[in-house]
Design a protein around this ligand. Structure first.
Ligand SMILES: [Zn+2]
Length: 230
């Protein structure tokens, strides 16, 4: 006699929360901050393996045309902030790198992620292929340093003049591969890129990211780190 076998309900796939929830938290905070400020900007993380195809759209800041805005962050800083934006060049936290020997750092900053800031760039993008594909929406996308560098190299090496033009510009194909803990990105140009048809209203990303923290505040954090490792 055939017995009915109850089909086990399929387990729902566990929701992926991203490989680095620490960064995600910072990200969410940034987003909340922007929402509180009434900004419509929405920063999207680049967080899945595979190929993504996107067009970068420039924005105007005053009379200056910009493609990318650096968003460098120091994570796990002491005090009530968990992360602080790095102004590069003139940064007291970065300056610690030459003041404190690396051996001291390494021994004392477990989990802090080192002195160096995380280097990301934000841009306005039309995502034409990938998890966040939307042909008719301009998204604010945060790119890792190597993707930003790859895009620039593509433009320089291919001697592309109108890379960011909506009609004549090019799409960038970003291939993301993760092996163990290491993530590698390679960037190539789509030889025949479709023109962007929608009318776009790029976000001024310099305004959206807001002011840099004051030097005094950064110095205070740097002093706290220094006191910790001394
Ligand atoms: Zn810094």
């Amino acid at each position: 006699m055939a017995t009915k076998t109850k089909k086990r309900p399929k387990k729902k796939a566990a929701k992926k929360t991203g490989t680095n929830s620490r960064h995600q938290n910072v990200y969410d905070r940034e987003r909340t901050r922007h929402q509180e400020r009434g900004s419509r900007s929405r920063f999207i993380r680049f967080d899945k393996d595979g190929k993504t195809k996107m067009r970068v759209v420039t924005f105007m800041h005053g009379k200056q045309e910009c493609a990318f805005e650096p968003n460098f962050m120091h994570f796990n800083v002491p005090g009530d902030r968990k992360a602080v934006r790095c102004p590069e060049g003139d940064c007291p936290i970065c300056a610690l790198e030459s003041e404190v020997p690396e051996s001291v750092w390494k021994g004392n900053t477990a989990g802090r992620g080192g002195i160096k800031p995380s280097r990301k760039f934000v841009c306005n993008a039309v995502v034409r292929k990938g998890p966040d594909q939307k042909e008719d929406e301009l998204q604010q996308r945060e790119l890792p340093w190597s993707v930003w560098d790859g895009i620039n190299k593509c433009i320089e090496d291919g001697e592309i003049t109108n890379a960011f033009d909506l009609k004549k510009g090019v799409d960038f194909v970003i291939n993301r591969k993760t092996k163990k803990k290491f993530t590698k990105y390679t960037v190539t140009v789509m030889p025949a890129s479709k023109p962007v048809k929608m009318s776009v209203e790029p976000v001024d990303l310099i305004d959206a990211l807001g002011d840099m923290p004051e030097l005094k505040a950064l110095q205070k954090i740097a002093d706290a780190i220094y006191a910790e490792v001394e």
